[in-house]
Ligand binder design. Structure first.
Ligand code: SF4
Length: 71
């Protein structure tokens, strides 16, 4: 997997679809591109600003006993 800073916002976006080929290379596909032509299917990385960015809820630490919560 690439380093986090080399990917940018896509890494934590709920629309990101990581695709790993047989050679082990990982590509970041934008799921919004299937619905909206303004988004490139494979955005140039790192993505530092994006109007379509929506934080992936599975990355959210609150509410379900995630890290940082007092037992
Ligand atoms: S909506 Fe933007 S931030 Fe999210 S996956 Fe697509 S290009 Fe990346």
């Amino acid at each position: 997997m690439p380093e986090p800073d080399s990917v940018g916002l896509c890494r934590t976006c709920q629309w990101m679809r990581a695709v790993t080929n047989r050679r082990g290379s990982t590509f970041f596909r934008c799921g919004r591109a299937d619905l909206d032509a303004r988004f490139p299917r494979y955005p140039a990385l790192p993505v530092l600003q994006c109007i379509g960015y929506e934080k992936d809820r599975s990355d959210d630490d609150t509410g379900r006993g995630g890290k940082g919560q007092v037992p």
